[in-house]
Design a protein. Structure first.
Length: 292
């Protein structure tokens, strides 16, 4: 009898899995669940070798879901796929739309502006996919940038727009369909709202603040339209807080004697630094690259 008990114990020990690293298929292309697994290990193996790795990869997934200005009060979100989550990021919900959906500044709640926000002029607004409903598709909601959502629990940031002085959504072009995208503003010279520097002449590095036009906490770089008063001008740029002596420079004279160019500038909290040699320089925000 003792021999039988010892033999059974050895069999159980050999059959029981020693947990490998928490990775897809144990990091060795081994099935997450195998026929030799004992019942007590199946839940843990499934979590460690399938669920957790997929959760890590898919939690940041987004494809499509691009933004278009439909009219002065409406944003259209294209078809696409997105992983939404609660605020803590502990619960994920996968959604897919095969047709467009919209959000309007004239409505309140899902499909409109979050009740914790209000429409205001010269303000940035964020657009979110919403996965609160018991469905396979997502809806949308708008909120003032930097304001916590009040009306929904499961959401994903899709992009932002600028509400101009007339409380109209300004024209923009959305480029990209993944996690890194770009927004270009149209007609930036039609008013001064996009001008962040007027005839500046700083000879030492000085801050230029774009945070009123771009979502500063998620923006990677800002595209700046630069215009100088002298073709001999040399403009230097660097990220705010950088200790680089000269950063990087652009000579507009070197650009075939033009006096206006678009430059991509790295930013920190929506701020970059510039200095100038010769003449003065004016700058407008043309667009920005952001993560979502």
């Amino acid at each position: 009898m003792k021999k039988i008990l010892v033999a059974l114990t050895l069999v159980c020990m050999l059959s029981s899995q020693c947990f490998a690293i928490n990775d897809w298929k144990q990091g060795l292309n081994t099935d997450a669940i195998q026929g030799t697994d004992v019942g007590a290990d199946i839940d843990a193996n499934l979590k460690n070798y399938a669920v957790d790795p997929l959760d890590r990869m898919l939690s940041g997934y987004i494809h499509g879901c691009t933004l278009t200005r439909t009219d002065a009060a409406t944003i259209t979100i294209s078809a696409g796929e997105v992983c939404c989550s609660n605020g803590a990021g502990t619960i994920k919900r996968m959604r897919k739309n095969t047709a467009t959906t919209t959000a309007s500044m004239g409505a309140v709640g899902v499909g409109g502006i979050d009740s914790g926000s209000a429409e205001a002029a010269t303000t940035i607004y964020d657009v979110y996919a919403v996965a609160d409903a018991n469905a396979t598709t997502f809806t949308a909601i708008i909120a003032k940038h930097g304001t916590a959502l009040s009306d929904v629990t499961y959401y994903r940031y899709l992009g932002s727009f600028f509400n101009n002085a007339a409380q109209d959504i300004d024209d923009f072009t959305f480029i990209g369909n993944g996690s890194s995208c770009k927004i270009y503003f149209d007609n930036i010279f039609s008013n001064n709202e996009y001008r962040v520097l007027n005839a500046g002449g700083a000879v030492a590095f000085t801050n230029v603040d774009c945070s009123g036009l771009v979502p500063s906490d998620i923006t990677d770089s800002v595209d700046i339209q630069v215009q100088v008063s002298a073709l001999t001008a040399m403009v230097y740029f660097r990220k705010d807080g950088s200790s680089a002596t000269n950063g990087f420079a652009i000579s507009l004279y070197a650009l075939s004697n033009v006096d206006c160019a678009v430059i991509s500038v790295p930013v920190s909290s929506g701020i970059f630094e510039y200095k100038l040699v010769a003449g003065t320089v004016s700058m407008w925000v043309k667009g920005y690259t952001f993560s979502r």
